[in-house]
Unconditional design. Structure first.
Length: 405
């Protein structure tokens, strides 16, 4: 490698490190805001007697504050940025980048473009003149939206685990296991109300409400797959119709989880409709890719871990819908599992669906790059989304090796 190439590589590495520092700083700010929000939720209740150890407060702490703290403060999920000495966030728990902050950086700029976001500079990466005061106001909206999104996701998890009968979440007992179904259900519902109030901005609140509606609609369709009538209809339907059913379901459930952070940020920043449509479609594709990954990991021990073969009695798994035929109408439980595992087209189907997940992810990223205001914004997006995206690629590679492809 010549001197020119070494200089170019060093410059590129330096640029990536600079973007990573901004990503980490934004993620650390979100963790600070989340801790403050959690503290405000679980502060001692004000009681008329003034007795800080009243029966009322003790009961409220056991039945609401403690479940809320467990729901929001644990089961962190996919680690994105491990602790790093001297970096923003220090040696705290792993930081998770947020698409809410990616939108802010893309449409309002990086720190060197907008100063300290409370100071003197104007302008932003989108080319729209914005005063420092406006930038600070936008950041305040984004900070609230980021907290609301994170906690909303936790609320969905608490309720979803009850409905799916999932005892484990991210390697820990699910909330309904540690606190019981009634308290877990109440906690999830209460958190949804709390974050809608916290978001404050009417456009952001409206965006979050649409996400709640979509998420619960998708969950209703998912739960329907456990009924005899829907199961019979799915098995009798052509494969193409089953795939369309799955896509609609995945777009509502998993797609909503990808769209919600970005939609709330775009609403708060008042981004133009055309780019909203582009980004919404990209997040839908990422949601489908993610759900394909989740479905496929039931069949790949290297990725499924403790979840391997967990969902074999449901018909919301895309692999099942590709392989079942009318002769399977009476199968359930172990019989259904044996049928799918012994199907001659199982391995080709897994490989094909893994390739589809990779394609969806790549197309989504290409669409997002099209609205990125800078190379730094594209790098920020990559650091944010590839925490799971690289696993989609690895799954495909694993299946290729397994099939000698």
């Amino acid at each position: 490698m010549g001197a020119t190439e070494r200089v170019a590589d060093a410059a590129a590495a330096g640029a990536r490190e600079a973007v990573a520092a901004v990503v980490r700083s934004d993620a650390a700010l979100l963790e600070d805001d989340l801790a403050e929000f959690l503290g405000s939720l679980t502060a001692p209740a004000a009681v008329s007697s003034g007795d800080s150890h009243s029966l009322y407060e003790s009961a409220l702490r056991r039945s609401l504050y403690e479940p809320v703290a467990d729901a929001v403060g644990s089961k962190v999920g996919q680690e994105a940025l491990p602790p790093s000495a001297g970096a923003p966030g220090g040696d705290r728990a792993p930081l998770r980048p947020s698409m809410v902050y990616w939108a802010y950086r893309n449409y309002r700029g990086f720190p060197d473009e907008i100063g300290d976001e409370t100071g003197n500079e104007t302008g932003n990466a989108s080319g729209i003149e914005t005063g420092a005061g406006d930038s600070a106001a936008d950041l305040a909206v984004v900070r609230r939206a980021a907290v609301a999104v994170r906690v909303m996701l936790k609320a969905f998890v608490a309720i979803d685990d009850i409905q799916d009968g999932s005892a484990i979440r991210y390697g820990e007992p699910a909330l309904h296991v540690t606190h019981g179904v009634p308290l877990a259900l109440n906690t999830g519902s209460w958190l949804i109300a709390a974050v809608l109030r916290h978001a404050a901005d009417p456009e952001v609140v409206d965006s979050l409400l649409r996400a709640v509606e979509s998420g619960f609609t998708g969950q209703a369709v998912d739960l329907s797959t456990r009924t005899e009538q829907t199961r019979a209809e799915l098995i009798a339907a052509p494969v193409e119709e089953r795939a369309a059913y799955w896509e609609s379901l995945a777009a509502l459930k998993t797609g909503t989880l990808f769209r919600m952070p970005l939609d709330s940020a775009l609403a708060g920043l008042r981004v133009v409709d055309e780019e909203q449509y582009t980004l919404d479609a990209a997040m839908r594709q990422l949601g489908l890719a993610s759900q394909l990954f989740n479905d496929l990991t039931d069949f790949v021990p290297e990725f499924g871990g403790g979840r391997i073969h967990e969902d074999y009695d449901g018909l919301s798994n895309r692999v099942f819908l590709e392989l079942l035929d009318p002769d399977c109408s009476g199968l359930a439980g172990e019989q259904l599992k044996a049928y799918v595992l012994g199907h001659p087209k199982l391995e080709p189907t897994l490989l094909s669906l893994a390739a589809e997940a990779v394609r969806l992810k790549r197309e989504a990223k290409k669409s997002v790059y099209g609205v990125c205001r800078s190379d730094r914004s594209a790098a920020y997006f990559d650091l944010t989304i590839e925490r799971k995206g690289h696993l989609i690629d690895r799954l495909h590679e694993t299946l290729q090796q397994r099939n000698g492809a």
